[in-house]
Ligand binder design. Structure first.
Ligand SMILES: C[S@@+](CC[C@H](N)C(=O)[O-])C[C@H]1O[C@@H](n2cnc3c(N)ncnc32)[C@H](O)[C@@H]1O
Length: 227
């Protein structure tokens, strides 16, 4: 079986030793990949289905591990084209990442101890940040996301599949990316999740009726709605 357990090695992306230019280069590379892999699409499909179009008209959304905020900007524009108003707050532990998105609602903080009251946001989302945590931390992070959500949570992350590993390897053979980014990209897949693992973590976090879907065998979507 392809990597039966999640890798525990830490990504260079999380290193405090990264220089400013490495940070800028890292997010620029990530954005290229995100756009190729249409990373906003799972949210565009899931949220209207989960909440109903009527409730989607106006939402406050917290993006966990938002980095330079590309996801929020993309979704805000997409919602606006439908006449909806989605207002994003970007949270990241790295102030340098948030500084790449000046003028946005940015909050420096950890997804493991969110600096917000219970039910502070209609929806809490996150993209490719859950795999940065150890198994124990994943449960804390999911519990925190659920706590500050009023209506729902929707988190996407990498599926630990041989298919995704192969696709990422091919991408690095065909397109130029910095060395650290390539190492982190392959490591991220090994730090990703299988469906049953993410389901178990969500249940351990006491999220009610969590649903985990595979998105083309390469990503997982974890969603849950509060009643
Ligand atoms: C792979 S990047 C994903 C960025 C963005 N969400 C995306 O989809 O491109 C992971 C992000 O999680 C952030 N992060 C890591 N640990 C965190 C924590 N404890 N709390 C909040 N953000 C964290 C990193 O700084 C980084 O911006």
């Amino acid at each position: 079986m392809f990597f039966p357990r999640r890798a525990t090695q830490v990504e260079y992306f999380d290193s405090p030793d990264r220089t400013h230019s490495e940070l800028v280069e890292g997010y620029a590379s990530l954005n290229r990949v995100n756009q190729w892999f249409i990373f906003a699409d799972p949210f565009q499909r899931s949220l209207p289905r989960l909440l109903g179009e009527e409730q989607c008209r106006e939402l406050s959304i917290l993006d966990l591990g938002a980095g330079d905020g590309l996801l929020g900007r993309t979704l805000e524009r997409w919602a606006s084209n439908r006449g909806w108003k989605w207002k994003f707050t970007n949270l990241d532990v790295n102030p340098g990442a948030l500084a790449l998105n000046p003028g946005a609602r940015n909050v420096v903080g950890s997804a493991l101890a969110l600096p917000f009251d219970d039910r502070s946001f209609d929806v809490v989302i996150g993209s490719q940040m859950t795999h940065h945590f150890s198994d124990e931390e994943v449960v804390i992070h999911l519990r925190e996301a659920w706590r500050v959500a009023r209506l729902a949570i929707c988190l996407t992350d990498l599926q630990r599949s041989a298919l995704l590993y192969l696709v990422v390897r091919m991408m690095f053979l065909l397109a130029r990316f910095p060395g650290h980014f390539q190492q982190d990209g392959l490591l991220s897949v090994k730090r990703g999740f299988r469906m049953d693992e993410l389901q178990r973590f969500a249940e351990a976090a006491k999220i009610s009726s969590p649903q985990v879907f595979s998105y083309y065998g390469m990503r997982l979507i974890l969603q849950a709605k509060k009643v």
